[in-house]
Design a protein around this ligand. Structure first.
Ligand code: CO
Length: 213
């Protein structure tokens, strides 16, 4: 049997199990979504948002890319942010990195990765800004993991710098921004950073109140 067929078979079993537990599960699911959370995570196959948080379909609006980056010129992540904040009105935005991230590790090397260089450049910039602190860590792996944490914080700041976030903070005092890091070795999420709607926004990135009405 082709290996991918096992996914389709598992899907049938999943449907049967969901329907057995709740006969109108899919009828309800099809009515619409009202997720409270936006999750921006790494594409890494080992960090599935719903599975590691025990969430059900409908609970988390998910965006994943290599190394969980929020880049202001990336229409994809910016569209997700816009839709989640302005239309779905999520209450929490979670940026979730993970220790041992291959994207972060690659960005710390001098290797050339083709088109991905442009993407990894965003991590290189964070490395550049924090080089002394990062290189003071003992092992190579510790250095990667510290950059993972610092990059998560930088992505939260990138969200904070966006117009759509500042408008939602100004008008509705939401969402709260959370920076988490997942440990592949123990499965635990570290709750490292939190930025509340009352937090100051750096002057260079702050929009006028009139622009937020
Ligand atoms: Co990763």
């Amino acid at each position: 049997m082709d290996k991918h067929r096992s996914l389709l078979l598992a899907n049938k079993a999943w449907v049967q199990e969901k329907t057995r537990l709740e006969s109108d599960f899919f009828e309800n699911l099809s009515k619409g979504q009202q997720p409270s959370y936006l999750w921006i995570g790494c594409s890494d196959s080992r960090v599935p948002a719903e599975e590691v948080t025990g969430a059900s379909p409908g609970e988390i609006f998910v965006h994943r890319n290599i190394a969980n980056l929020v880049v202001h010129t990336d229409l994809n992540v910016q569209s997700v942010l816009h839709y989640a904040i302005e239309v779905l009105k999520v209450k929490h935005v979670i940026v979730c990195g993970h220790y041992g991230c291959g994207g972060v590790r690659a960005a710390m090397t001098q290797n050339h990765f083709g088109v991905m260089d442009q993407w990894l450049r965003n991590i290189k910039d964070v490395f550049h800004d924090h080089r002394d602190e990062i290189t003071s860590k003992g092992s190579q792996e510790d250095q990667v993991n510290r950059l993972v944490e610092l990059s998560v914080l930088e992505q939260l700041k990138n969200i904070q710098r966006s117009h759509v976030l500042q408008k939602a903070w100004h008008q509705e005092q939401r969402p709260i921004l959370h920076g988490w890091v997942f440990g592949l070795q123990d499965g635990l999420l570290r709750d490292l950073y939190r930025i509340d709607p009352s937090s100051p926004i750096e002057q260079e990135y702050r929009y006028d109140k009139a622009a937020l009405e």
